[in-house]
Design a protein around this ligand. Structure first.
Ligand SMILES: Nc1ncnc2c1ncn2[C@@H]1O[C@H](COP(=O)(O)OP(=O)(O)OP(=O)(O)O)[C@@H](O)[C@H]1O
Ligand SMILES: Nc1nc2c(ncn2[C@@H]2O[C@H](COP(=O)(O)O)[C@@H](O)[C@H]2O)c(=O)[nH]1
Length: 190
């Protein structure tokens, strides 16, 4: 089995973190390493520095941009930066692991462009924007104004789907997880 890059993108609330976490937990044989991004947003819920994200101040984030440390970065929401460190990805690939990304749609397209055939990009499509709202409210991790900010971007983000290698509709979670597993297994077995 080869090692490669597995990119998951979607509007907020589509379920990409749920699917990525399931894949990593249920399929250790795939040797997947999560690409821990940097963000200038505050931790939410039980999130820990160095596990879900490296939590940086806006100044720390900007100094890494100036030092050209990012493979890609985006201001995904106003004043909230997210970025993938070159060093993270290259260290994980050098260990022979496959690197799995949970990034916004622009980040996903950029990482795929950079790595080409070494990367598999998957767009996780929600059944509808109304369902996204239900999921974000149900997740209970974001303030109402943050949820509105995320939903306001969702229709635009959905237009990025054709730029991905595959679109997986996440309506029935179990079905979506199995579909993703098959795509990843086939890609890493090529
Ligand atoms: N198929 C599904 N049906 C119903 N609920 C789901 C489904 N998939 C995920 N969820 C729930 O929807 C919520 C959002 O999922 P998740 O956090 O994985 O989304 P996300 O795309 O990673 O969002 P973000 O970009 O904000 O991190 C969670 O509470 C999750 O349990
Ligand atoms: N372009 C990038 N987008 C990223 C990165 N890490 C995460 N993200 C995306 O940001 C939004 C919001 O995430 P949340 O944790 O605040 O809910 C979501 O779409 C993530 O996929 C990154 O390194 N680059």
């Amino acid at each position: 089995m080869k090692n490669g890059l597995l990119i998951f993108s979607a509007p907020s609330g589509s379920g990409k973190s749920t699917i990525v976490n399931w894949l990593m937990k249920e399929h250790p044989e795939l040797k997947l390493a999560f690409s821990i991004s940097c963000t200038s947003r505050a931790p939410r819920g039980t999130e820990q520095n160095g596990v879900e994200y490296f939590f940086l101040s806006p100044e720390e984030f900007k100094s890494k941009i100036e030092a050209d440390e990012f493979l890609e970065y985006e201001e995904v929401y106003q004043d909230r930066f997210y970025g993938t460190l070159k060093s993270q990805v290259e260290n994980q690939l050098a260990k022979g692991e496959s690197v799995i990304f949970d990034v916004d749609v622009k980040g996903g397209v950029n990482i795929k462009k950079f790595y080409g055939e070494r990367a598999l990009s998957i767009f996780v499509q929600p059944p509808s924007v109304e369902e996204l709202r239900r999921r974000l409210v149900g997740r209970n991790t974001d303030a109402p104004e943050v949820i509105e900010q995320r939903l306001a971007k969702a229709s635009y983000e959905l237009t990025f789907a054709p730029q991905f290698d595959h679109v997986v509709v996440n309506d029935d979670l179990e079905k979506a997880q199995q579909e993703v597993y098959q795509l990843v297994k086939d890609f890493l077995s090529e």
